[in-house]
Design a protein around this ligand. Structure first.
Ligand code: HEM
Length: 196
C-alpha cells in the first residue's frame, strides 16, 4: 500500500473515531494532525492556519452532533437513575427532551442547529426545581462528559453556557433534592415525527 493511501485510511479511521465515539475535542484534533502528515504540511503553508483547535467552535471541539447525541443519551440515563431528580421527569416524553437537549447544546455551542423547543422559563414553569436539584443535574452532566473524556476547557465552556440558564429554571431556593413534581405540572406533548 502506498504512503498516500495509508495516510488516507488512517485519516478516515481517526475521523470516524472523532465523530462517533469521542467528543474528545482538542486532544483528538492533535491526534488527527499526527495521523495525517499532509495536513500538518498544509497548515504550515497557511491555507488552514486558522483551523486550529483554539479557533474552532465549541461545537466542533466537542466532536459535532453525533458526539453531542452520545453525551446526551448517557446524561439522560444518569438522570433517570438519579433519585435526587428523577421524580421531576415522571410525566415527561423522554424522546422529546433528548431531541430538544441535543438541538439546544448544538445551537448554544455554535453548531448548525436551531433550537425550537420551549424557552427555559416555560419548560420548567411550576416544576418547583430547587438549587440542590439543579446542582445534581449538573453533576450528572459532568459525569457524562467525563465518560466521554471531554477535556476540562470544553466542559467549563459548556457548563458556563448552560449555567447562565439557572435563573429561568430554579423556582425554589433550597439545597433540598428529591422533591415532588407538583400534580398540576403540565408536560410538553411528544414531538411530531418529521421523518413521515
Ligand atoms: C442547565 C440546566 C438545564 C437545561 C439546559 C435544561 C434544558 C431542558 C430542555 C431543552 C428541555 C426541553 C424543552 C421542551 O421540551 O420544549 C427541558 C425539559 C425538562 N427539564 Fe430541563 N434543563 C435544565 C435543568 C433541569 C433541572 C435541574 C431539572 C429537574 C431537576 C429539569 C427537568 C426537566 C424536565 C422534567 C423537563 C421536561 C418537561 C416536560 O415534560 O414538558 N431540567 N429541559
Amino acid at each position: 500500500m502506498g504512503e498516500r493511501m495509508r495516510n488516507q485510511l488512517s485519516r478516515r479511521r481517526v475521523t470516524t473515531f472523532t465523530l462517533v465515539v469521542a467528543f474528545l475535542g482538542a486532544g483528538c484534533a492533535k491526534k488527527d494532525q499526527q495521523a495525517t502528515g499532509d495536513s500538518v504540511v498544509a497548515s504550515s503553508t497557511s491555507a488552514t492556519a486558522t483551523d486550529t483547535s483554539a479557533n474552532k467552535s465549541l461545537y466542533d471541539r466537542l466532536g459535532g452532533k453525533a458526539a453531542i447525541t452520545a453525551v446526551i443519551d448517557t446524561f439522560v440515563a444518569r438522570v433517570a437513575a438519579d433519585a435526587r431528580i428523577n421524580k421531576k421527569f415522571a410525566k415527561t416524553n423522554i424522546p422529546r427532551v433528548k431531541t430538544e437537549l441535543v438541538d439546544q447544546v448544538c445551537a448554544e455551542t455554535g453548531g448548525p442547529c436551531a433550537y425550537t423547543g420551549r424557552s427555559m422559563k416555560e419548560a420548567h414553569r411550576n416544576m418547583k426545581v430547587t438549587d440542590g436539584e439543579f446542582n445534581a443535574l449538573v453533576e450528572d452532566l459532568t459525569s457524562a462528559l467525563n465518560t466521554f473524556k471531554v477535556p476540562d476547557r470544553e466542559q467549563k465552556e459548556l457548563l458556563t453556557a448552560l449555567g447562565a440558564m439557572k435563573g429561568d429554571i430554579v423556582e425554589v431556593h433550597t439545597s433540598a433534592t428529591g422533591t415532588a413534581l407538583p400534580a398540576s405540572f403540565k408536560p410538553a406533548p411528544p414531538l411530531k415525527d418529521t421523518t413521515k
